[in-house]
Design a protein around this ligand. Structure first.
Ligand code: BG6
Length: 296
């Protein structure tokens, strides 16, 4: 870890940098109001719980922790494209950011919370990729009774650039069959399995593979776990798209890094700017997308 050590900021006693699964560097955060774990690979939040509360973020027991493969669960950062790259079939799903080593640039206490800032900039490899632009991405993670995430991207190029982004959060639920996602009623969506769908008047409920993209969707959402009564509220800014995903039985079984029965314990509600909501930045311009999770 010497290359990482030499670039490290001073850490408060509530932050430890150590070795996580697969020998990957991980920041462990023990704020008074909450605890979390963030892998430097992908600046990937793999755990968060408010103090005295149960884990809110879900990780697969089958996740791989190896070079070139993303972690399964947590909060993958999808950037600078979402899903398969539109023209380059060899480009990694959901972009290169979740596979890259981010730099921990800052760690400080703020009252009962701890704030960490991770930075990713273009490299020779990204400049040779399907998205060759010069950029800086700053990812601020605030750990406390709430979890706040903010991804700020600046165009350092001399030409305009466009990108997609998603904070692809896997939330822990007791039983997906007794889970509801509200806040998206009245919004039309694209079902990635069947195509465009009209708005529904009821909360999203799950009894099959669910993979929905809501564009022009800025509303707060609430995940209600009716088995336990827990509600996770998700409020966001600078995000015009929302994705709701659960792989259900067949897709879970087809994924090597996802346990066959694990689909019952998670739901992804993703804070995004994708498809027609992709962000375009003039040279020197920036955009910030942020999201906050609170539990009741
Ligand atoms: C979701 C997509 O956001 O991510 C799904 O809508 C996809 O279609 C899922 O299967 C997981 O993607 P990946 O690349 O992490 O397996």
């Amino acid at each position: 870890m010497s290359a990482i050590d030499s670039q490290l900021p001073e850490l408060p006693s509530s932050v430890e940098l150590g070795m996580g699964q697969g020998g990957l560097a991980v920041a462990r955060v023990f704020a008074r109001a909450g605890s979390a774990e963030i892998y430097l690979r992908g600046a990937h939040v793999s755990a968060w719980a408010p103090t005295g509360g149960s884990p809110v973020i879900w990780m697969s027991e089958q996740s791989e922790y190896a070079p070139g493969v993303p972690l399964r669960g947590g909060v993958p950062i999808c950037f600078p494209w979402f899903g398969a790259h539109p023209t380059d079939a060899t480009a990694p799903s959901h972009g290169f950011a979740r596979l890259a080593d981010w730099r921990l640039a800052e760690a400080r206490e703020a009252g009962d919370d701890v704030v960490l800032v991770f930075v990713l900039t273009d490299t020779e490899a990204t400049r040779a990729s399907a998205w060759p632009h010069r950029f800086e991405a700053r990812y601020t993670v605030t750990v406390g009774a709430q979890l706040a995430l903010s991804l700020q991207v600046t165009n350092l190029d001399t030409a305009q650039l466009s990108y997609e982004e998603a904070l692809h959060t896997y939330l822990a639920v007791a039983d997906i069959r007794q889970t509801e996602v509200s806040g998206l009623e009245g919004a039309p969506f694209t079902d990635r399995l069947t195509g465009p769908r009209p708005a529904e008047s009821e909360p999203v409920r799950f009894d099959a593979e669910t993979d929905r993209i809501y564009l022009d969707s800025t509303a707060a959402t609430t995940v209600t776990d009716t088995a336990t009564g827990r509600q996770i509220t998700i409020t966001k800014q600078g995000s015009a798209s929302t994705v709701v995903w659960n792989p259900w039985i067949d897709k879970a079984a087809a994924m090597a890094d996802f346990g066959d029965n694990e689909y019952t314990g998670m739901v992804c509600v993703e804070t995004c700017n994708i498809r027609d909501n992709a962000i375009t930045l003039a040279p020197g311009a920036g955009h910030e997308m942020s999201v906050r999770y609170s539990v009741a």
